[in-house]
Design a protein around this ligand. Structure first.
Ligand code: ZN
Length: 180
């Protein structure tokens, strides 16, 4: 695996979350090719980091790994790992709901997405699976898959709304920096 951070990083289970403005969030991530213990440790650390940050999904690029994987836990008792995911079917029906992102803390906006998706992916051992998702699970999958293509949820807003979100994020961050 190509890592942006040295492997010893995984001795800590908490990973740093990259935020808006970091280049890696705008890059297209590369396929995962090696299903080894490093990948398994990364996935475990991603779940811990996501849960600690109170998120429902976290993608590789958000923790500095520009590879095609994400984890999801929408608090329905299932922990999902998607590696090299592809959406193979989407419903015509759409749904609109508020979204946030661990990489854009404090910013929330309504986003319209497909109501249902069917996804093909591999698990942490490389075994292929297919899942049909709806509701928050379908939304989280689409949000995380966007991350693998360098797209953030604010990129799906109209220009004016996106500008407002970026300004609000920058304002919030500036405040935080001067307080620190
Ligand atoms: Zn996100």
């Amino acid at each position: 695996m190509t890592l942006y951070t040295p492997p010893r990083y995984y001795e800590r289970t908490m990973l740093d979350i990259y935020t808006l403005g970091e280049e890696i969030l705008a890059e297209k991530a590369k396929p995962v090719k090696t299903f080894d213990s490093t990948l398994a440790l990364l996935v475990d650390a991603m779940f811990e980091t996501m849960e600690e940050a109170d998120g429902v999904g976290l993608a590789g690029p958000q923790v500095g790994v520009s590879e095609r994987l994400f984890v999801i836990d929408v608090r329905d008792g299932n922990r999902w790992v998607f590696i090299n995911p592809e959406i193979i079917a989407t419903s015509e029906e759409c749904a609109t709901a508020e979204e946030g992102c661990l990489s854009i803390p404090g910013i929330f906006s309504d986003v319209t997405r497909a109501a249902r998706v069917t996804v093909q992916a591999q698990d942490v051992k490389g075994r292929p699976f297919t899942v049909e998702a709806e509701g928050l699970f379908a939304r989280a999958i689409q949000h995380e898959l966007d991350h693998l293509n360098g797209v953030l949820f604010i990129d799906r807003l109209d220009k004016e709304e996106r500008g407002r979100a970026v300004r609000a994020f920058n304002r919030r961050n500036r405040k935080r920096r001067t307080r620190a």
